[in-house]
Design a binder for this molecule. Structure first.
Ligand code: ADP
Ligand code: MG
Length: 578
């Protein structure tokens, strides 16, 4: 062969060589791992990435603020057991998303925050790049794991590591740093394809040790006043049938934590939700299933738990959770599905029924509390109080048990949690472990997208303000979200007065605000509801039509108490008391 012919062949081969780039490799890697949706805000350097991902069939939901996109991704992780993906620009966008990443980690939700970043060489020499920030270093202490990919050939491995870190063991938030230059890197398409990794068995079952199961059963069998506490880890695990079997076969009363409501219906005969103080105080053996003994359970000690000695059994995937607050006499470490199955197998249908004095006492307390509450829920006062408004929403969820309830606020949160019964697992999503405000619209959007079910967001007026601009996003994507703003003119109450100047008191908002007008600006349905009857009609119409709707529920500004049910956490001012 002549030299001329050889060189022509080489040119041909080069011309035929197919190339790919960082953009496409990230998209292919996501698709290969079953990621269908990205939540984010476009901008440099990821604007094109969003366009290309959309063109390649990934659903790209574009928000107005990264924090809301991040909260959406975090709850997508909770609802699906797959990492929710949040995509942001560098520095400020990254920081906005970081709150949600930390939230995901605290709540044990799998999520991956993918942020574009500026050029390493310039960032590391601190030479003042566009949006310069050492994002990886900042993310690290706030999440479960953090990775950076510098070479296109490592994108596959990088994403695989991120997915595994997010969903295996105790789920949590993962940061993935993708510098701008990576997206434009070119490599051979075939080699690129081969470099991608499909993660096999991303969250492997973790089987509990037989000894641990036996120890737990021995403690449980000898209990006189046993209690099961279900936490959001139990909801996350999607082991609904096994958990139901354990509760029903054992006959033990159960107490659902907020986001565990509905694993078994709140109206279940064994549900002790309405007898919470009694069961916490008087129980002698408490089995925690995917619930931590943190502040939400008064750390397992003190007044809330009474004087009677208590034995704790804990089922959790995280071994270090054991003894975090009090001694755990029977730690069962493993995934909830496997642990509950092992307990069921170990007892083999031969549960000693808990003493009827105990189950009877719990039931009596519960029925008593439910009966006391009932008349308050039926009032038709105008302006509304919390009970009148929530009585309506309670009936609506009873009639539409597959709707997703999003809930945040102070009084709006505490009272709705107690009043609105849930009937199905993973239908109540709320402020979670930190009790944060701001999850409302992000959660609503992700819930609608991930489940295809109608969403009812019950929002305090203050809480709503943190993510209110996303009503535009809800209208843009035409999502079946009905937002009810409990408008009492302020934080906790709308009645505070500033005695010294014309400035309003720090806790009050514009009186008589019309939040319903906000959604009308974007083509949604706005309703001003001044009575429970009006509220009922408006919510039902919204849920029937599936149209984005915002209902301004006019509450008495004097309704509500300082900090809702957690006023005890306010530092007491000695000066004020004098
Ligand atoms: P809650 O606020 O409802 O009490 P927490 O968030 O405090 O719930 O507790 C959830 C617990 O569930 C965490 O300790 C977490 O490690 C655990 N967890 C999450 N997923 C699983 C799972 N699949 N199997 C076992 N434990 C899990
Ligand atoms: Mg308010």
């Amino acid at each position: 062969m002549s030299a001329v012919v050889q060189s022509i062949d080489a040119n041909k081969a080069e011309a035929q060589q197919e190339l790919t780039d960082g953009f496409h490799l990230v998209i292919e890697a996501l698709k290969l791992n079953g990621i269908k949706t990205i939540y984010g805000v476009p901008g440099i350097p990821i604007t094109d990435f969003g366009r290309m991902a959309q063109a390649e069939g990934i659903r790209v939901i574009s928000f107005r603020h990264e924090q809301n996109a991040g909260y959406a991704a975090s709850i997508a992780g909770f609802l699906t057991k797959q990492p929710g993906i949040c995509l942001t620009v560098s520095a400020p966008g990254f920081l906005n998303g970081l709150t949600a990443l930390a939230h995901a980690t605290t709540n044990c939700f799998p999520m991956i925050l993918i942020s574009g970043s500026s050029e390493r060489e310039i960032v590391d020499l601190q030479q003042g790049d566009y949006e310069e920030m050492d994002q990886l270093a900042i993310a690290k202490p706030l999440c479960k794991a953090a990775f950076r990919v510098l070479h296109a050939a490592d994108i596959g491995i990088g994403l695989a590591r991120a997915i595994r870190a997010a969903v295996s063991g105790r789920p949590g938030g993962v940061y993935l740093d993708l510098p701008a230059k990576l997206f434009g890197q070119i490599m051979d398409a075939e080699a690129g394809k081969k470099s991608l990794v499909k993660v096999i068995d991303a969250a492997p079952a973790q089987i509990p040790a037989p000894d641990a199961v036996k120890r737990a059963l021995d403690v449980l069998k000898n209990a006189k006043r046993p209690l099961i506490i279900l936490g959001k880890g139990a909801a996350y695990a999607q082991a609904d049938d096994a958990i139901r079997a354990l509760v029903e076969n054992s006959g033990i009363p159960f107490l659902p934590m907020s986001m565990a409501k509905g694993i078994l219906p709140d109206t279940h005969p064994q549900c002790a939700g309405a007898a919470r103080s009694t069961v916490l105080k008087d129980s002698d053996v408490v089995m925690l299933i995917g619930a931590r003994l943190n502040w939400l359970l008064s750390h397992g000690k003190g007044k809330t738990w009474g004087d009677a000695p208590k034995k704790f059994i804990q089922i959790d995937i995280e071994p270090r959770e054991m003894d975090s607050n009090v001694e755990i006499v029977a730690p069962v470490v493993g995934d909830i599905g496997s642990c509950v199955a092992a307990l069921l197998a170990g007892i083999d249908g031969k549960w000693p029924a808990p003493p009827s004095e105990w189950t009877g006492a719990v039931k009596a307390k519960r029925d008593d509390n439910v009966a006391k509450m009932a008349p308050r829920l039926m009032n038709n006062n105008s302006p509304m109080d919390y009970h009148g408004a929530l009585g309506v929403l309670r009936t609506i969820i009873k009639e539409r048990p597959d709707a997703i309830l999003v809930n945040e606020g102070a009084n709006t949160l505490d009272l709705a949690r107690g009043i609105i019964d849930m009937y199905q697992p993973r239908k109540r999503i709320d402020v979670g472990t930190w009790g944060i405000m701001g999850i409302g619209m992000g959660y609503s959007i992700a819930a609608a997208i991930e489940t295809g079910k109608p969403v009812l967001a019950v929002e305090g007026d203050s809480a709503f303000g943190f993510s209110g601009m996303e009503v535009e996003t809800i209208c843009r994507y035409k999502l079946p979200v009905c937002i009810v703003v409990f408008n009492n003119d302020g934080i906790y109450r709308g009645t505070d007065v500033n005695a010294v100047s014309s400035d309003p008191a720090p806790t009050v908002f514009v009186k008589g605000s019309r939040y319903d007008k906000m959604i009308e600006a974007f083509g949604g349905v706005g309703v001003n509801a001044t009575s429970p009857d009006e509220l009922r009609r408006a919510v039902n119409a919204a849920m029937d039509s599936g149209k984005p709707t915002l209902i301004n529920a006019v509450l008495d500004p004097a309704a509500g108490s300082e900090s809702g049910r957690i006023g005890n956490l306010n530092p007491q001012s000695k000066l004020k008391k004098k």
